[in-house]
Design a protein around this ligand. Structure first.
Ligand code: MN
Ligand code: MN
Length: 396
């Protein structure tokens, strides 16, 4: 067959059991190569599930002098009603202008360093520098700004509202632009001529000078600083070391200001797997930082779907749906699990079984002694590589 010579080069929707056939028609081979588990689904996948993947690479880039932003919200990923994410970069000196919004803001720095500023409802300020692996959190309605330092920066912003858009916030320039000059004059007690050069519209992101040292930029505050810090050094946090990687959990128990976002930072080593689990408290919004992975999600009534993820992708898991994440590549997968919650909570399948009457579990699953003796009373989080190769899979 003429097509045989292409076998192994171009993936075909043919499973190892022979199901499927050549795709000889219109197709996007690059997309198929990125989604091997969609092209050739595992035999255990079944039924319909909403789309649980969206890549920041498929979103609109808002380009500005001073940086860029793009977002994955309920408009891109309709199932994601609980959380919206914004990926933003700022040049050295680039500023995300002074602004605020109804939603809380949680962030992690991905590249470089930034300076953040904020003032709370009691006039207490917070001015700090953050680097890779550091978090910040601004409570709802609290005004703030972000500025790239010498090397510029990139970060992920997370908002506990799928409808959020960073292009739809309250900004200082907008308020000035949309306020009569006599009102500004009265508000500040100075002549209207002082407002001749104010921006005519929202600045959003703009290029400014790289600020001086943190010390040189501090503003003496008669009311003191915020009582709960707005930053947390997540990567510097001591991880839970597991058989297949590491986990760093951050929520209001160790980052007290963060009452609306809980997170875990996962490191899944090659071949290892985030164990079969679910979350009782809310949906999960994921961000993949590096590596390649696939996640299978089990929904009620025997429904399951598998999605492939790589750096810059967003994943989603509805509340309580069972799932696991496998590292399909040869480097560690780093990913975030994020929740609109004050607490990180998960249920481990293995731990549940281990702490349930033995005979009940044994009879429910027709389980032999090998399975029953393997059960772990402590959560494993990330289980080790058992030596399976992922492509091609043995079940294809
Ligand atoms: Mn903001
Ligand atoms: Mn999870």
């Amino acid at each position: 067959m003429e097509n045989e010579k292409w076998k192994g080069c171009i993936p075909q929707p043919i499973r190892n059991d022979g199901a499927g056939w050549w795709d000889l028609g219109p197709r996007d081979v690059m997309r198929d190569l990125e989604n091997p588990d969609m092209l050739v689904s595992p035999v255990t996948d079944a039924g319909t599930l909403p789309n649980l993947k969206f890549s920041f690479s498929d979103t609109y880039m808002q380009l500005n002098h001073g940086g860029w932003s793009r977002e994955v919200t309920v408009r891109q990923l309709p199932v994601a009603t609980t959380i919206a994410g914004v990926n933003m970069a700022l040049t050295p000196g680039g500023v995300r202008e002074l602004h605020w919004h109804q939603q809380a803001e949680w962030a992690i720095v991905l590249v470089g360093r930034a300076r953040i500023t904020s003032v709370d409802q009691n006039g207490r300020n917070f001015i700090a520098d953050v680097g890779v692996g550091d978090l910040w959190y601004f409570p709802p309605g609290i005004p703030h700004s972000i500025q790239g330092l010498e090397e510029g920066c990139e970060f992920l912003l997370v908002f506990p509202d799928g409808n959020f858009s960073d292009l739809n916030t309250l900004s200082i320039s907008d308020w000035f632009a949309h306020t009569p000059k006599d009102v500004l004059s009265t508000n500040f007690g100075i002549p209207t001529s002082a407002f001749t050069h104010i921006p005519k519209q929202q600045r959003y992101i703009f290029q400014a000078n790289v600020p001086g040292s943190l010390e040189s930029q501090q503003v003496a505050d008669p009311h003191g600083t915020v009582p709960k810090t707005f930053t947390h050094r997540l990567l510097a946090q001591e991880p839970i070391v597991t058989p297949g990687g590491t986990v760093r959990i951050v929520d209001s128990t160790n980052f007290p200001i963060s009452t609306q976002i809980a997170a875990s930072l996962l490191e899944i080593k090659p071949g290892a797997m985030r164990e079969m689990h679910w979350h009782p408290n809310n949906d999960e919004w994921q961000y993949y930082i590096s590596g390649t992975a696939r996640m299978t999600v089990m929904a009620p009534n025997g429904t399951a779907r598998t999605f492939d993820y790589r750096a810059g992708d967003v994943g989603y898991v509805p509340r309580a749906f069972g799932h696991y994440i496998q590292n399909t590549g040869n480097q560690s997968v780093w990913a975030l699990e994020l929740f609109k919650s004050d607490r990180f909570e998960d249920i481990s399948l293995n731990q549940w079984m281990a702490l349930t009457p033995n005979q009940l579990v044994q009879q429910n699953l027709n389980a032999g002694p090998e399975l029953m003796n393997s059960l772990q009373k402590e959560k494993q989080f990330i289980v080790k590589n058992m030596g399976f190769s992922y492509y091609p899979r043995t079940d294809r």
